[in-house]
Design a protein around this ligand. Sequence first.
Ligand SMILES: [Zn+2]
Length: 483
Amino acid sequence: MVVIFIICGYEKSCLILTVILSAVTLKSFSQKYTPQVSAYIKINAPTIAITDVKLIDGTGKPAKEHQTVVFSNGKIVSVGDTKKIKVPTDAQVIEGTGKTLTPGLVMLHEHLYYTLPVDNFFNISEMPYSFPRLYLAGGATTVRTAGSIEPQTDLALKRMITEGKVIGPDMDVTAPYIEEQGYEIPALNVIKGPEDAAATVNFWADRGCTSFKMYVHATQADMVAVVREAHKRHLKVTGHIGAVTYHEAAQIGIDNLEHGFLASSDFDSLKTENEVDDSHERQSLIKLDVNSPKMKALMQFMIDKHTTLTSTLTVFEPSTGHEMVPGGGEDAITPLVKEMVQKRWQVAQNKDQAGAALFKKEQSWEKQFYDMGGLLVAGTDPTGAGRVVSGYSNHREIELLVEGGFTPEQAIKICTLNGAVYLEREKEIGTIAPGKRADLVLTDGDITTDIKNIRKTELVFKNGVGFDSQKIFESVKGRVGIN
Ligand SMILES: [Zn+2]
């Protein structure tokens, strides 16, 4: 408001403009929260200034010391050197010395469900209470789910978060998986060919889903139908594919491919069209040289076709010598489930050398794709063997990107601006700049000197409202696996 007032030339018209804008502003930003949500809000004031902080703005540029960020009614007003930025007298001031400020994370491979293994099939269950709040606590202010098992629940949660009734990030909800019969996973949505695939897109798009995901056994014809219907509505399609190669998918016009290159069947010399053999695919990747010219050619083809690649390193993290729950979220899991996860993790100790070597190669391939000019985005995929827990996994994904050779600033860019670019929302979110939404994460410590400090999330501002990260993490201890 103050800024608008100064811009006006004549006092009288200025006053009128101010009154009108006040009404609009009140309407836009008078977000109401239920008491259950308010209990986790630590900072909520019309104008807030974070002073003398280390700033990573999301563009990939080097971090800057001694910066001040002022935001008002949910929007960033000014950003710059602490000595130069004027802090409004009515601002609530947060002293940022010794802390790091980044944009809110924009994570593109999330789920609101979690793995609960049973003996004879792969079981997954919705976590409508713990997961949305864990994502926000871990710094994610925007997520795209990457496949749903209870789309109606995901859509309802999206609405309830918007209405201030549930703690969580903004959500881009992906429809149920588009998959042909293959795996015995009861929660997967199985279609009957291309016509059914097209009908699925239109059914769920009409109900508010804004993204679609092809799965492992879907065919080229299915993909052609899905891409055609989704693109008609200016919606996007991603895939964790297999029967279709990355090259074929990029040619068809898919927007995004999941799991880095670890779901690529392009290098399986025994592959037949529209078929997939998981173990052949994996062996072909294990054999492939890290600097393979064939891989480089595939990367270039994807770049030429504007195919975005999603890194989901967290779900592939080796067991040997690594935490059971990447990012340290063990205590979030309910005891019975934790015991099951622990058993599997222990069994894998010293037996996953091939996976560990492939994991390192994947880190390198993602860096190569980024360096060649590809759009690399990130997500955490809380599935696998139950080791990946939302929120904690946000932190771990950033650590793993840095471990793979990215600078902390680049890793943050992959998890903020790049996600926003994919969602075509980069004018609104993804970096810290005047005019953008005040989606910000304040972390206690310097993440450029030790990336592990990323775990010390203190405040997560969504639309300028500051949530108490640690209090939210505390609130779900022992809940993951139940709800
Ligand atoms: Zn997934």
